[in-house]
Ligand binder design. Structure first.
Ligand code: ZN
Length: 109
């Protein structure tokens, strides 16, 4: 599941535990689990915000011969092709992949 679902599920589990005392009878454990899950959800949301802000722009140089082909004004060196050569696409794809990371729900609980 993606991080958005992980956050939602964590909050959902915390809510179930607060409403249905038959799920777990040890109240101290329930309170601890709720606090943990809410803290996890908060941390994941902070992480998501940081990840989105950390995406990189393509390399731009005042001499457009050296700019990445995908930079705002492109690259004058036609031999550079049309693909990103500055690493921004690869880096941003890793961020997108991290945002969509599959995780087992059971691992959260
Ligand atoms: Zn680039």
């Amino acid at each position: 599941m993606d991080l958005k679902t992980l956050v939602s599920d964590s909050r959902g589990i915390a809510e179930v535990l607060s409403k249905d005392s038959s799920v777990v009878t040890h109240s101290a454990y329930v309170a601890s689990a709720q606090a943990y899950l809410r803290k996890c959800a908060d941390q994941i949301e902070k992480l998501q915000a940081v990840l989105v802000k950390s995406k990189r722009a393509h390399y731009y140089c005042e001499d457009p011969w050296y700019s990445c082909p995908k930079a705002l004004d492109g690259c004058l060196d036609e031999s550079a092709g049309k693909d990103c050569n500055c690493g921004a696409d690869e880096f941003n794809a890793e961020i997108d992949a991290a945002m969509e990371t599959q995780a087992a729900s059971a691992a959260v609980i």
